[in-house]
Structures are given as structure tokens and as C-alpha cells.
Write a protein that binds this ligand. Structure first.
Ligand SMILES: Nc1ncnc2c1ncn2[C@@H]1O[C@H](COP(=O)(O)OP(=O)(O)OP(=O)(O)O)[C@@H](O)[C@H]1O
Ligand SMILES: [Mg+2]
Length: 322
């Protein structure tokens, strides 16, 4: 672990990333030459502390992977700076890269290696020698021990993802970046993976996680940033975010369809509908409105708002503001 504990693990400073838009649909301003551009990231700034477990959330296309690509040095920012434990990812690339372990969202692998060879190769890339004990621990911890000699081509999607996680951790980086590590991964591996990552986090490794499983983010992350259309729209401790939401949620299972004005205020998943409710009065009003609409209610439940409720609320507020 680095000596200077005051340095942020990761510091994003006014990151903007523009892409030319093929159809000339402008968003987020004009580039120097006056050509229309699209801002995938628009002035993103925040720090992640050493040892922190940080969640980066946002809908599809919000800019999460773009931000991580810039952090990993795979894409250049149009403007702004990123540092990893004080090392600029552009001007001090090798140092910054060696401090990072990145699990990419896309499954990329070398088809000619078996699992153990892939991990040895990655070790060599980072100049780590005599790494067999840690490689064995990774294989064991990520449920890959039985697949150590299997060729990468022979692995299922979920197993390839486990190998990507192992590869990212092979040099024991102090800063771990996971871009949707549990997409397409079964329940058992998710648990194994989180146990393993939590252990590293307890040992002092910082973790930056993106996920669409908001219950995972709620359980794991002490602080969360929400991105929408390339901008940070929320940045807070998870506990504060949860407090800021409507305190309760009325969950109903219904037969039939809600009238549009009610549906617009609910989160609808098939027959299950959820209304955000500040107090008992709001709950009574919703129940009365549903009854007045002639919709049959099969089940009623009142629960505390969770991160998914907060997420929907924050994204909704942004939509109204826009
Ligand atoms: N090479 C590129 N050229 C043009 N536009 C791009 C390029 N890469 C990404 N984008 C656009 O930038 C935006 C952000 O994409 P990004 O992959 O960062 O989103 P994301 O938040 O990771 O989404 P997801 O949750 O689907 O993974 C999207 O609108 C995407 O289409
Ligand atoms: Mg992504």
C-alpha cells in the first residue's frame, strides 16, 4: 500500500469526452471547429478515497464505461485529468496502470491460453515474478481451480468473466475497477466474487464498481455517484442517498391495469406496482385512488425505500429538470 494515505485512490478532474455524431445531432456544445459533437462525459469530477468501496451507477449509455476506459488509459479524455494514487494516467501511464486492476465490461480474452497461462502471462506483463501462490489463491477464491488447465475457448461466459476478474487482480493492485462484473453471472459466483472482493477491500484495496444490480451496490458501496447523460447527478454516502428518498414504498400486486395518471407515478413490473410514499396519508391516498379506478388488489405491502427507488427518483428529477 502506498505511504501517503491522503492521496485519493482515483481522482477524476473535469473529465469531458466528446465524440463526433454521425447524424450531426448536437448535444453538450460544439467542438473547436464548430462541428456538432456528442458529449459522452461532460465535466465529471469526483475523488475515490484509498480503501473506499465506491459505486458508479447510471442507465445504459450514461458514460460509465467511457469514464473507466479513460481511467484505464484505453481512451483519451477530450479534456480534464485522471490520477491514480497521484499518478496521471496520461503523463505517467505505466505507474498509474500498474496500480490499477480493471475488469472490463466486454469479454476479451486470448484464445490460445489456458486459464493458468493467461494469469501467468498477465503477471509477467506487470513484472510480478514467483506469483504461483497468489494465482492458486485466485483460482481457488474465484471457483476456477477445476478449470486451471482449460483453454479459454472452452469456458462458458460466466467462467470467462471469472478469469477476467482473476487477471485484473493478479498483480494485487491497490485500486480495483469492476465494470459490471456480475452481468451474466450466476448467484453462486456472485456471492463468491463479492466475498473475495470484500476481503481485498478490508485489506485496504479501493474498489470502483459499476453495476445495474442496485441491491448489490446498496449492500457493498459506502458511497455512490450517479451519472446521467455524462453528468454526475448524485454523489453521496449510500446511507444519505437512502435517507433522501421517499421514506416508504407501497407495493401492490394488482389484477388489471392502472389508469395512466396513476401508472405515471408508480414503478410497474408486470402485475407488481410500487408507489413512493412519504407518510401514511400518501399510502391511504394511493389505495383510495386504486380502488376508485376499479383495479383489484391481491397483495399489499409497505416497505422502506431502497436504492432502486432512489435511483428512479433521481433519474426522474433529472428528466423533469431537462
Ligand atoms: N467510440 C465511440 N464513438 C461514439 N460514441 C461512443 C463511443 N463509445 C461510446 N459512445 C457513446 O458514449 C455514451 C456512453 O457510453 P458508455 O459505454 O460509457 O455507457 P455506459 O454508462 O457504460 O452504459 P452501459 O450501462 O450500457 O454499459 C453512449 O451514448 C455511447 O453510445
Ligand atoms: Mg458500460
Amino acid at each position: 500500500m502506498p505511504a501517503s494515505t491522503h492521496l485519493p485512490a482515483i481522482s477524476f478532474q473535469s473529465i469531458t469526452k466528446r465524440y463526433p455524431t454521425p447524424k450531426g445531432v448536437a448535444r453538450g456544445g460544439q467542438a473547436g471547429g464548430g462541428a456538432p459533437t456528442f458529449a459522452a462525459l461532460d465535466g465529471v469530477s469526483f475523488d475515490i478515497a484509498q480503501g473506499e468501496f465506491f459505486g458508479l451507477l447510471g442507465p445504459n449509455g450514461a458514460g460509465k464505461t467511457t469514464l473507466i476506459s479513460i481511467l484505464a488509459g484505453l481512451t483519451r479524455a477530450s479534456s480534464g485529468h485522471v490520477t491514480v494514487l497521484g499518478h496521471d494516467v496520461q503523463t505517467d501511464y505505466a505507474a498509474a496502470r500498474s496500480l490499477l486492476g480493471v475488469v472490463p465490461q466486454e469479454l476479451v480474452f486470448d484464445p490460445f491460453f489456458n486459464v493458468r497461462e493467461a494469469l501467468r502471462f498477465q503477471s509477467g506483463y506487470f513484472g510480478v515474478k514467483n506469483n504461483e501462490a497468489w494465482i492458486d489463491e485466485l483460482l481457488e477464491g474465484l471457483g476456477l481451480a477445476g478449470k486451471a488447465n482449460a483453454n479459454m475457448r472452452q469456458l462458458s461466459g460466466g467462467m470467462k468473466r471469472r478469469v477476467l476478474v482473476a487477471q485484473a487482480l493478479v498483480h494485487k493492485p491497490p485500486v480495483i475497477v469492476l465494470d459490471e462484473p456480475t452481468a451474466g453471472v450466476d448467484v453462486e459466483l456472485r456471492q463468491t466474487l463479492w466475498q473475495f472482493v470484500l476481503r481485498l477491500n478490508r485489506e485496504g484495496h479501493a474498489v470502483l464498481l459499476t453495476t445495474h444490480y442496485l441491491e448489490e451496490a446498496e449492500a457493498l458501496c459506502s458511497r455512490i455517484a450517479m451519472l446521467k447523460q455524462g453528468r454526475v447527478v448524485a454523489l453521496e454516502r449510500t446511507s444519505e442517498l437512502l435517507k433522501s428518498a421517499s421514506s416508504h414504498v407501497l407495493r401492490l400486486k394488482i389484477e388489471g391495469e392502472l389508469p395512466p395518471e396513476l401508472a405515471a407515478r408508480a414503478r410497474v413490473t408486470g402485475r407488481s406496482v410500487q408507489f413512493p410514499a412519504q407518510d401514511a396519508r400518501a399510502i391511504e391516498d394511493y389505495l383510495a385512488a386504486v380502488r376508485a379506478a376499479g383495479v383489484r388488489v391481491d397483495e399489499v405491502e409497505i416497505t422502506k425505500a431502497d436504492l432502486e427507488d432512489v435511483f428512479i427518483q433521481v433519474m426522474g428529477e433529472q428528466r423533469e429538470a431537462a
